[in-house]
Write a protein that binds this ligand. Sequence first.
Ligand code: PGA
Length: 252
Amino acid sequence: MSKLIVANWKANPLLQKEALDLARKTEALTAACKKTEVVVAPPFIFLPDLKPILRKVKLGAQDAFWLEGPHTGEISVLQLKKFGIEFVIIGHSERRIQLGETDEIVNEKVKAALAKGLKTILCVGETIREEGAIPEIVGVQLKTALRGVLKSQLKNLIVAYEPIWAVSSNPGAKADTPSDAHQALLFLKKKLSILYGVKEAEMVRIIYGGSVNSRNVEAYLREGKMQGVLVGQACLDPEELAKMLKIANRIP
Ligand code: PGA
């Protein structure tokens, strides 16, 4: 299966022309990668600009609200769907921490996004790596986020394991080791198979995020056996992106 590279631009770049420039470069680099699926998740304001220039690259949103109507400041799952967005990131740690997004809110968003057929990237991850943190924190995040999600919807689910301490926006962040990330992957697969069955759990792609760059991406995809990566900082640099895509593209 092709590797999934999700470029999470967060609140970058500042200007429309910079966004267009980065998107064009990302598209050109992706066009050369036959075996890699690339998603760009820009700030909402750039989605209309990027849509006509992205062909091989797929468009994602960084968040979505589960309802339409009187919800000031929100963009609904249905609006994204109608606009032609294919992917959505839900429950990113920056939203959980900076905006107080709870597991219950994440659950509403995941359910709505999957119900509308969006490919839903659910982010989970512990705040500090300590004994028991993965089963206790990540396990609860996963279980709560998937409450009410049907087996038939799992084909559109992607789980991003993003230990919070590894996300570059946190002071002192350092990437997880590929072997520990792999343990987290095994835990997530096991948990999914308990919830839905072994065959169903296999349909869910597990990707890693947190300080991914061109120097460590190969290890996550090979040793960590990740089916992709969620990249923040490094995907804003076209040179880094070029290297990462080249590496991902040669990994079966
Ligand atoms: P980072 O961000 O690659 O800059 O650590 C990843 C993410 O938060 O999605």
